[in-house]
Design a protein around this ligand. Structure first.
Ligand code: SF4
Length: 294
C-alpha cells in the first residue's frame, strides 16, 4: 500500500498481493515495510517467474515452440540464480527439491504450451501494467482518499468472436485449483477486472482465467475460469477500503507497536513467513522453529 498526500488530497495505491497479505496478517505487512531486507527469493516463486518468462517469450513471438519455451524459462532461472549468488545470496528453499528445479520449470512451460496456449487468443496485451482510480472513499483518518488499484496483468486477450476481453493469469502450483473456491473468494480477479472496467477498456461482466501448471515432472495445464461482475467490484472496493482504513488507523495510533498478529493460516511458519524470527519465532525458541520448518 502506498499513501500519497499533496495539496489535491490523499491517494492510496493498493496491489492485490498486498491486499491478500494484509488480510492474512497485518503484522507481517508492517514488519516487511520496516525490514524490507527480510524479503527473500524463494524457490517456488522464482520457478513461477521463470515459467512466466517462457510464456511471455511465446506470446511476444520471441520463441514459437514448446521446447524453446522450456529452454527460455530454464535459462532465465539460471541467470537470475547466478545474480543472487553474485550478491552473496541464493534461492531460499521451501518445499521444492533443488535437483528438480530445471526439469520442473521445463515441464511446466511445456505444459502451458500444450494444454493452455491453444485456448489463448493471440493479439492481446502482454504484461499490462495498470494504475487506475476505482473509488473515492470516506476515511476517519484522512477525511477522504482516492483508492487506486495497481499491478501487472499477465495477459489481456481480445475475443474476436464476442468482442469481449478475457484476462489471463499464469500460475504454478503444487496442486490443482478448485474453480468454485476461486469464483467465490478470489481477490486478484476482482482487483484486475475492477481496474480494467474503471479505465473504460471493458464492461461487466468480464471473464478471468487462470492458466495453472502443476509443479511436477509430469506437469499438466489446467484452465480455471471465473466471472467478475459489478457486484464483485462493489465488494472488492468495500473490502479494500475497510483494510486501508484499518491500516491508516493503526499507523496513527500504534506507530511503534505491533499490529494484529494472525497465525491462523499455513503461511505463519519459519518456512513461509520472512519475518518469523521477529515475530512468533522469537516466542517459540529454536526447537519449535525447526519443527515449524519441518
Ligand atoms: S510470524 Fe505469523 S503472526 Fe508473525 S508476522 Fe509472520 S505470519 Fe504474522
Amino acid at each position: 500500500m502506498r499513501v500519497v498526500s499533496d495539496e489535491s488530497g490523499t491517494s492510496v495505491f493498493v496491489r492485490q498481493s498486498w491486499l491478500n497479505d494484509a488480510m492474512m496478517c497485518p503484522e507481517r505487512s508492517r514488519l516487511l515495510k520496516l525490514f524490507p531486507e527480510s524479503r527473500r527469493e524463494n524457490d517456488s516463486a522464482m520457478m513461477g517467474t521463470a515459467v512466466h518468462k517462457g510464456i511471455e517469450a511465446v506470446l511476444t513471438g520471441v520463441v514459437s515452440d514448446a521446447d524453446a519455451a522450456g529452454e527460455f524459462a530454464v535459462a532465465w532461472f539460471k541467470s537470475r540464480r547466478q545474480e543472487l549468488i553474485d550478491e552473496g545470496k541464493d534461492v531460499f528453499v521451501t518445499n521444492t527439491n533443488p535437483l528438480q528445479w530445471y526439469s520442473h520449470i521445463d515441464t511446466m512451460a511445456k505444459a502451458w504450451f500444450r494444454d493452455v496456449s491453444p485456448l489463448v487468443e493471440r493479439g492481446g496485451l502482454v504484461e499490462h501494467q495498470f494504475c487506475q482510480q476505482v473509488a473515492t472513499v470516506d476515511s476517519p483518518v484522512v477525511g477522504q482518499f482516492s483508492l487506486f488499484f495497481e499491478g501487472t496483468i499477465d495477459y489481456i486477450a481480445p475475443s474476436a468472436e464476442s468482442g469481449l476481453v478475457t484476462i489471463w493469469d499464469w500460475k504454478t502450483s503444487s496442486r490443482k485449483y478448485y474453480e468454485a473456491e476461486k469464483q467465490s473468494r478470489d481477490v486478484q480477479s476482482a482487483v484486475y477486472v475492477s481496474a480494467i472496467v474503471a479505465s473504460g477498456a471493458a464492461e461487466f461482466p468480464v471473464g478471468f482465467k487462470f492458466g495453472v501448471m502443476t509443479r511436477s515432472g509430469s506437469s499438466v495445464g489446467q484452465i480455471v475460469s471465473v466471472l467478475r461482475s459489478e457486484e464483485h467490484y462493489k465488494w472488492i472496493v468495500s473490502q479494500a477500503s475497510s483494510v486501508v482504513n484499518g491500516f491508516l488507523l493503526s499507523e496513527r495510533f500504534l506507530p511503534d507497536g505491533s499490529w494484529m498478529r494472525n497465525d491462523q493460516h499455513h503461511l505463519c511458519s519459519a518456512r513461509w513467513c520472512p519475518v518469523w524470527s521477529k515475530c512468533k519465532g522469537s516466542f517459540m525458541g529454536h526447537d519449535a522453529e525447526e519443527a515449524e520448518i519441518g
